[in-house]
Design a binder for this molecule. Structure first.
Ligand SMILES: *[C@@H]1O[C@H](CO)[C@@H](O)[C@H](O)[C@H]1NC(C)=O
Length: 447
């Protein structure tokens, strides 16, 4: 503890654990502390079920019908991994995959006019979908072919548009697509939370739809993966990586003071001792005065004894309720997993509804999602403030992460990680470079 470190990391959320893993692999001397006795901070998975009841101040113990408390691992922040997304790439490069087992999420659904429909994302699915009329299907198919062939680096595939200038709205017009198709394309394939993207250059949206399609193509049922035993396995996997490279981990460590000299961090005081450091990474809760509130997210963890209706009784799925369908500005999401993922007792399902809060009555805002889940056996509702750092940290060398948002995948979390990496090192996080370095790190075993 009295040593001098390159980097001290506070809080064992996923963002912090990935950064500490990367920094350790890059040869930095890392000390990682958490005030809690468990890994994961805000993104922890809670076990046993008794702890979840206590955390939400529910009186009494879970009823017998909930089975053994130890069979439960309940995520506080529901998210899935995109099969072709950035987090999976980080897991593969660092070989943290060796500590984890994943299952493919079995379906992806979208809500339209009070009913849920499977999200079509391939040409053949689009042609069978109940979401569109016959002529619209043909136009949508043409649009999907354009997206599939599109290559950012090959103007011959651009079909006369300029991906850096043409807005997404114009692209939808070009393919003559109507409001409902635009709705599910923007929200269920490109995974936008609002409609702001319509007036932006189309490149980002096209790449997001490609990410969805390519992720889906990997395993077929949905573009999403989920780790057995819950999301809490992810930060722990990266913590193990960091430890292999000499990182030191300490749980149950209260942090009394972040020690500064001339506006720059020099150490962290815990239990009367100061550990010195050159740089500090932490989640917002460790340095609130350098953060600002940027919004609120409501999350309702619902325990069910049945699969969600009209989803062919699958054991995991995502449902997106696009904002337009329920007169909102932000989408509502449902992530459902079950005993098949070793996160619930046999025969039980965990569905988490979430959205960005817009009113003074957030629970009413998620009612369209809760209605899809009835009957709900037990509900745990949280409303969390979201924080973002007020500065880049270049002067203080204190790098604060953003709170987890309402999206149901890790792409924005990975953007934050890459952003912090750039602020800390002055260079971009380069997947290709890490991939090339893999052999140096792991020797020939990596081949
Ligand atoms: C579920 O399917 C039934 C029968 O097709 C239909 O009446 C009902 O509206 C559907 N509900 C939802 C939420 O999709």
């Amino acid at each position: 503890m009295n040593d001098e470190y390159d980097v001290i990391v506070l809080g064992t959320g996923l963002t912090e654990c990935i950064l500490s893993g990367i920094m350790s692999v890059k040869g930095k001397k890392v000390l990682h502390m958490d005030r809690n006795s468990y890994y994961g901070a805000e993104s922890a998975s809670i076990t046993p079920l008794e702890d979840l009841y206590a955390r939400f101040n529910l009186p009494g113990k879970p009823p017998e019908s909930m089975g053994k408390g130890r069979d439960w691992n309940v995520d506080l922040v529901p998210k899935f991994l995109m099969a072709n997304g950035q987090l999976v790439r980080m897991l593969l490069i660092t070989q943290v995959t060796r500590y984890l087992d994943f299952k493919v999420v079995e379906g992806s659904y979208v809500y339209k006019a009070g009913k849920i429909h499977k999200v079509p994302s391939t040409e053949s699915e689009a042609l069978m979908s109940s979401l569109m009329g016959m002529f619209e299907k043909r136009r949508f198919k043409k649009f999907l072919v354009f997206i599939a062939n599109f290559d950012e680096n090959d103007p011959k595939t651009w079909e006369g548009i300029d991906p850096h200038k043409t807005t997404m709205k114009c692209i939808f017009q070009k393919y003559n697509l109507g409001g409902d198709v635009i709705d599910f394309t923007g929200h269920s394939l490109a995974l936008y939370r609002t409609d702001d993207y319509l007036n932006d250059p189309c490149l980002e949206t096209i790449n997001r739809i490609k990410l969805y399609s390519e992720s889906l193509a990997r395993y077929g049922k949905s573009p999403y993966l989920y780790p057995l035993y819950g999301l809490g396995e992810l930060p722990q996997g990266f913590a193990r990586l960091s430890a292999i490279y000499g990182g030191t981990y300490m749980l149950n460590k209260p942090v009394e003071e972040i020690v500064m000299e001339n506006g720059k961090v020099v150490g962290v005081k815990s239990e009367g001792e100061v550990a010195r450091c050159k740089q500090l990474i932490c989640d917002p809760s460790y340095f609130m005065s350098r953060t600002e509130k940027v919004g609120q997210v409501i999350r309702a963890i619902c325990i069910l004894s049945h699969p969600i209706s009209n989803t062919s009784d699958i054991n995991s799925c995502q449902i997106i309720i696009p904002q337009n369908q329920v007169n909102r500005k932000h989408d509502i999401y449902v992530c459902m997993i079950s005993s098949a993922h070793n996160v619930a007792a046999k025969g039980k399902y965990i569905a988490i509804a979430s959205t960005t809060v817009e009113t003074n009555d957030p629970e009413k805002e998620i009612k369209p999602a809760l209605d899809l889940l009835e009957p709900i056996e037990q509900k745990f509702v949280s409303i969390s403030d979201q924080y973002a750092p007020t500065d880049e940290g270049t002067e203080s060398q204190i790098f604060i992460s953003r709170s987890y948002d309402a999206t149901t995948h890790f792409e924005t979390t990975c953007d934050d990680i890459k952003n912090i990496y750039r602020r800390m090192t002055g260079s971009d996080f380069d997947f290709a470079e890490m991939e090339r370095g893999k052999k140096d790190i792991y020797g020939d075993a990596a081949e």
